[in-house]
Ligand binder design. Structure first.
Ligand code: HEC
Ligand code: HEC
Length: 429
């Protein structure tokens, strides 16, 4: 002690004592067990399997489809008022989301806009998974009165007037649209529905096919959006090769937060793998946006995807029925799915408040506090008689204020730019 203070003349004796007597407190070095290292290894972006193939969209890797899809994604003419594009809500400058609690276009939606990087890995799309492919997904906002508010014949005419050549290069020539109403579709206004009903079945079929192809081109582009490596990936790589400088990538607090994330916080039981999601649905008892009519989440989404004319088994899918494994084997066991929502990826999460399916929490601190409180399961019937209560899949987590801060610090290490990864040329499989 004395000799050390001699070597450090500027150091107050008492201060030096504190440093030497409590080194572990002043600079808590995190140690990792072999089990923890194995979990860390599985979280690296480099561990992502190749992008899954969507058998229902044979054009998804066609570079012409990707280029066409990109133009369509940013084209506001694909809307009722000429002002709403996918990019209106999915802004590339904000990880392809909008930073709002609930999305706004022609009206306000019930849920929060989801980011798009890595969405191609997800077997189910939307917070409730009511779509089973990126292409069938894209069709939903296009026909939704609160979002793009367009209709099927309008989109077909628009493609003919502006994208006929690009469309032909991917899907073959557009059908003859002469004599077809300008505005008609099964989900439009009363007038548009009437016009749709009056169309002969083959005309409806061919316009719906054009509509499906519009979705397939947009999906090809959305599928190129991926995460890039973050500090966490660099840290784990360094740790696994026993690089003594691993700590340069994550400071002590961030490392301690990571240890909580994969340990006592139990976060990794759902937020796992390189995308920090199990791609499944869980009831986490986030307070409903509207307590009088709680969002049913997956229990409704599961039924909707089964009935969707644009699903993998439907007439506009390119898949054989045997290839639609997810849809054929999906769970519709209702009680477990009530008020369950898709586990979101946590990559980039610190940069995109607010959180949860309707932006219920304004900050990561509120999110972590929710997990600490882990509201107990409420019997289904006691929840205002609506039968929408789901048992919480969460176990209570005891975290001190300091540990809460560490966990939040750790979540910040998952930020990195979203990039476009264009697949190797393979237009037709
Ligand atoms: C009005 C804003 C708005 C517009 C316009 C919009 N979206 Fe979305 N997007 C959302 C919202 C809100 C959700 C979540 C909705 C839900 O779960 O019900 C979402 C979800 C998604 C998802 C699901 C991601 C996942 O991981 O499940 C994809 C993919 C997507 N949108 C693509 C598109 C495409 C492609 C377009 C254009 C055709 C588009 N969106 C237009 C607001 C919008
Ligand atoms: C039982 C599975 C499960 C566990 C355990 C879990 N999560 Fe979640 N997490 C979810 C689901 C599901 C959602 C979306 C819920 C919703 O929107 O209603 C979510 C949402 C989030 C969000 C918001 C992300 C966004 O984009 O809105 C964050 C942040 C988060 N979790 C962090 C954590 C942390 C930190 C832990 C550990 C303390 C944890 N989660 C434990 C399933 C889980």
């Amino acid at each position: 002690m004395r000799s050390l203070s001699k070597h450090l003349p500027g150091c107050l004796r008492t201060f030096c004592f504190a440093l030497i007597a409590f080194p572990a407190v002043a600079n808590a070095e995190v140690r990792w067990s072999d089990t923890e290292l194995a979990i860390l290894s599985s979280l690296r972006l480099s561990q992502l399997p190749p992008m899954p193939v969507d058998p229902s969209n044979t054009q998804e890797n066609n570079p012409h489809a990707i280029a066409l899809g990109k133009r369509l994604f940013f084209d506001p003419r694909l809307s009722r008022n000429g002002q709403v594009a996918c990019a209106t809500c999915h802004d590339p400058a904000k990880q392809f989301q909008d930073g709002r609690p609930r999305a706004v276009a022609l009206g306000m939606t019930e849920r929060r806009t989801m980011p798009l990087a890595g969405a191609g890995y997800s077997p189910w799309l939307f917070w409730d998974g009511r779509k089973d492919s990126l292409w069938s997904h894209a069709l939903a906002p296009l026909e939704d009165a609160l979002e793009h508010g367009g209709n099927r014949t309008r989109y077909a005419h628009l493609l003919k007037a502006n994208y006929a050549e690009e469309y032909r290069a991917v899907f073959g020539a557009l059908p003859d649209l002469a004599g077809m109403p300008q505005d008609a579709g099964p989900l439009g206004s009363e007038l548009e529905k009437k016009a749709w009903d009056a169309m002969p079945a083959p005309a409806k079929q061919s316009v719906s096919r054009v509509f499906a192809n519009l979705g397939k081109a947009i999906a090809a582009y959305v599928k190129t959006l991926r995460h890039s490596e973050s500090r966490l990936d660099r840290f784990v790589d360094a740790l696994l090769r026993r690089d003594r400088k691993a700590g340069e990538h994550l400071n002590d607090s961030e490392q301690a937060g990571l240890q909580i994330f994969i340990g006592k916080g139990q976060c990794v039981s759902c937020h796992n793998g390189p995308l920090f999601t199990d791609h499944f649905f869980h009831g986490t008892r986030v307070p409903p946006r509207d307590a009088a009519s709680p969002d049913p989440g997956r229990s409704e989404g599961a039924l909707m995807v089964q009935q969707d004319e644009f699903n993998c088994l439907g007439p506009f899918s390119d898949a054989k029925s045997a290839q639609c494994l997810e849809l054929r084997h999906m769970s519709i066991y209702e009680p477990a799915l009530r008020r369950a929502f898709k586990t979101p990826s946590l990559r980039g999460v610190a940069e995109r408040a607010p959180y949860m399916h309707a932006g219920q929490f304004a900050s990561l601190r509120e999110v972590v506090r929710h997990y600490i409180a882990a509201p107990e399961s409420v019997p289904v019937t006691t929840l205002r008689g609506h039968g929408h209560g789901s048992g919480s899949a969460l176990l209570p987590v005891a975290l001190s204020e300091a540990e809460t801060n560490q966990l939040i610090d750790f979540l910040g290490t998952l930020s990195a730019p979203v990039v476009e990864v264009v697949p190797a040329q393979n237009p037709r499989r």
